[in-house]
Design a protein around this ligand. Structure first.
Ligand SMILES: Nc1ncnc2c1ncn2[C@@H]1O[C@H](COP(=O)(O)OP(=O)(O)OP(=O)(O)O)[C@@H](O)[C@H]1O
Ligand SMILES: [Mg+2]
Length: 243
């Protein structure tokens, strides 16, 4: 039977050029949970997120994915199951079709997507089949983020890592994309780990919250921590974020 923990982190640290960025991170993420990663700028939120799909590897400590050490999990397979959206969509030069189909060439074997799969993925994110031939560089920021989301969805991921994917969009468009992501979360029963600064937003999507400061977990647990923070640091952070 598969372990119901999707990710288990035990004493994970990440050091770069002798500077500790993350220290002693111990954390269980269970299937279907929606986690919010909060903390001041530079706390290590993006760095922590990158560990989950092996964009970087811990300097010490262990990460398990469904009970298996991450370093013995095939990276291509891992990144299909654990999709990621960044603050700004990362697209290659070329058409929207290129962007949707290119990642397939990194994962062997290489079955082509059926045309209906591409169409369905685009429609899911509010684009049309006509967009397949559009050059990625001519898309707006919101459209680019939709293409990035469609590309992630084609992999049928079970985990979504979101690093403030709407931070660079204007508020109405950001709300639209956040709603889209929330619908997909429910529809596909995704496990989600998402960086967010806004307590109100966090309340609307998260069941669990983790507060990082200077690379260490200060608080982690159910979302009720937002109303009953145990530490002065988290309490102050929430007050300032709310202001
Ligand atoms: N490749 C790197 N080289 C040197 N320092 C790095 C590197 N990556 C991250 N850091 C440092 O690690 C710390 C944590 O960075 P990280 O990007 O994870 O913070 P964050 O919590 O995501 O911040 P923000 O809210 O501003 O996005 C910062 O001090 C950053 O300068
Ligand atoms: Mg960041």
């Amino acid at each position: 039977m598969e372990n119901s923990n999707v990710f288990t982190l035990a004493g994970v640290s990440y050091v770069i050029q002798n500077t500790p960025i993350l220290t002693g991170i111990t954390l269980d993420i269970r299937s279907g949970e929606h986690w919010a990663l909060m903390g001041p700028s530079g706390a290590g939120k993006s760095t922590l997120l990158r560990l989950f799909n092996s964009l970087i590897s811990p300097t010490s400590g262990a990460i398990r994915f469904h009970g298996q050490p991450l370093e013995s999990t095939d990276v291509g397979r891992l990144r299909k199951r654990v999709g990621m959206l960044f603050q700004e969509a990362v697209l290659v030069n070329g058409s929207v079709r290129d962007n949707l189909t290119l990642p397939r060439q990194w994962v062997r074997p290489v079955p082509e997507y059926a045309e209906e799969q591409l169409t369905e993925a685009l429609e899911r994110v509010g684009l049309t089949p006509g967009h397949l031939t559009t050059q990625a560089r001519s898309l707006s920021g919101g459209e680019k983020q939709r293409v990035a989301l469609a590309r992630v969805l084609l992999n049928e991921p079970e985990v979504l890592l979101l690093d403030e994917p709407t931070a660079s969009l204007d508020p109405p468009l950001a709300r639209k994309i956040l709603r889209l992501i929330a619908d997909l979360q429910r529809e596909l029963n995704l496990t989600v780990i998402r960086v967010s600064h806004h307590p109100d937003l966090v309340r609307s999507f998260a069941g669990q919250v983790l507060f990082l400061d200077k690379g260490r977990i200060v608080e982690q647990g159910p979302i009720v921590l937002l109303d009953q923070p145990r530490t002065q640091d988290f309490s102050r952070f929430l007050r300032e974020a709310q202001a």
